[in-house]
Design a protein around this ligand. Structure first.
Ligand code: SAM
Ligand code: SF4
Length: 439
């Protein structure tokens, strides 16, 4: 029997893709995947530090793992990801949780097999949190069993300096993956049955800037549009500042790129945008949305919003509510501002109390949820194209898939339809999902 490994992922899709890469390395070393830490010989936590709550969950998990390690001293525990890349955190974990075998960061992912082998044999915690590499390392293709959809990282790091955000500190500067490598990965995935890829980066619109003159996200999209057998291309996240008209048009022209634009605005207050150093004005954002809707009339528009940023007044907050009502986002991801150590905003004056943040989040969610429901209601009676991803987790008799606009759809059908595009007539909707029948 092969030894087993279990990886827990916190945070964003980039981390999910990194966990798939870690699993690929572990499979090369002879491990197979286990459903829970209790069944595993190796447990890895791939961490996030964007919000405090994510870090708290990791520390909670480390407490639980201590008990497992007491029962089974041979258990190997490793921590990777953004949390440990912060100054001093790796060493602090080694001190407070000496039963952890390996602490590594985001910049040495490509050295995982070597670090893991060393840590497995070592007497004490191996802490290796590297400086960022000179160039983008080549990674094995991530393991994502039997999927219809897959992540493909196109860019690592971020060159922006939004004042609230820890990402540039823990993920380093922007580094694009060479286009031929991306194309080869997409082609290989398609060969294995993948029909939809999501291109990943903190700021996909910056793709190619560091590689060659004239190479951009627009040219990448045009290239991938030619991959035969690939049905859909998605991407996340795009930064409104770098979203050029050329890119909007390339997306509009492409057959495969889905009609879904995730453009995080963060706030509807011009003052807050300035203090967040987002690099666009409210007018420019509103103009981008208008350009997107002109070029791609069927576009779904989603966004990220932060409430309670330092200095946010009731009036500033109300501007966010107004913006949502004006632009009618199809879906919004809403966050309470969480101070990240070492970022400028953490020491800005005018920190907002937790009670006010909670109250604003509740009011904002009420508005954005109502808009999502309204957006879904517009689909009632329509026939939409669904890419079937598999059996619904909640109801084994139903299938789950997504529209091109990325709305989840459930409908009755047989599991062998996974991977196929099906027309589905929408009969019922709620805030988060559409329900219908195959046509
Ligand atoms: N690169 C993407 C962009 O610029 O839109 C987003 C990456 S970030 C990991 C995802 C979302 O988390 C952000 O859009 C923002 O809304 C939220 N976020 C980031 N830092 C935050 C913080 N300190 N407190 C609350 N929300 C935060
Ligand atoms: Fe963070 Fe801003 Fe970079 Fe997004 S663009 S990862 S919010 S610094």
């Amino acid at each position: 029997m092969r030894p087993k490994c279990h990886i827990e992922t916190y945070g964003c899709q980039m981390n999910e893709n990194d966990s798939e890469i870690l699993l690929a390395y572990l499979e090369e070393l002879g491990y197979e995947s286990a459903a829970s830490p209790a069944e595993a010989d190796v447990v890895l936590l791939n961490t996030c530090c964007v919000r405090e709550s994510a870090e708290d969950r990791v520390y909670g998990k480390l407490g639980e793992l201590k008990l497992l390690k007491r029962e089974r001293p041979g258990l190997v525990i490793g921590i990777a990801g953004c949390m440990t890349q912060q100054p001093g955190v790796g060493e602090a974990i080694a001190r407070r949780y000496p039963y952890v075998n390996l602490v590594m960061g985001t910049h040495n992912l490509q050295r995982f097999p070597e670090l893991f082998m060393r840590a497995r044999e070592a007497e004490s915690t191996l802490v290796d949190v590297a400086e960022e590499p000179e160039e983008m390392p080549a990674f094995p293709r991530g393991v994502r069993p039997g999927g219809v959809t897959a992540w493909v990282t196109i860019l690592r790091g971020c060159d922006k300096r939004c004042t609230y955000c820890i990402v540039p500190y823990v993920r380093g500067r922007e580094m694009s993956r060479p286009l031929p490598e991306i194309r080869a990965e997409v082609e290989a995935l398609v060969g294995e049955g993948v029909r939809e890829v999501t291109l990943l980066g903190q700021n996909v619109n910056a793709y190619g800037k560091d590689l060659a003159e004239g190479l951009s996200f627009a040219t990448l999209v045009e290239e991938l549009d030619k991959v035969e057998g690939l049905e859909r291309i998605r991407y996340t996240t795009s930064h409104p500042r770098d979203f050029t008209q050329e890119m909007v048009e390339a997306i509009a022209r492409s057959r495969k790129v889905c009609e879904h634009f995730h453009v995080p605005v963060q706030s509807g207050s011009p003052q807050m945008l300035k203090r967040m150093a987002r690099g666009y004005t409210l007018d420019r954002f509103v103009d981008l949305v208008a350009r997107i809707r002109r070029a791609v009339p069927a576009a779904a528009l989603t966004t990220d919003l932060i409430v309670g940023f330092p200095g946010e007044t009731e009036e500033d907050f109300e501007r966010t509510l107004e913006l949502c009502r004006e632009l009618r986002f199809d879906k919004s991801f809403t966050f309470m501002y969480s101070p990240s150590r070492g970022t400028p905003a953490a020491s800005f004056p005018g920190q907002v109390s937790l009670a006010v943040k909670k109250e604003r989040l509740a009011r904002l969610s009420e508005v954005t949820d109502a808009l999502s429901l309204e957006s879904n209601r517009r689909q009632l009676g329509r026939t939409v194209e669904v890419l079937v991803e598999g059996v619904s987790k909640k109801n084994g008799a139903r299938l789950m898939g997504r529209t091109r606009q990325s709305q989840p759809v459930v409908f009755p059908g047989a599991s062998d339809l996974a991977g196929q595009l099906r027309p589905v007539r929408i009969e019922r909707v709620n805030t988060w999902t559409l329900e219908g029948d195959a046509v």
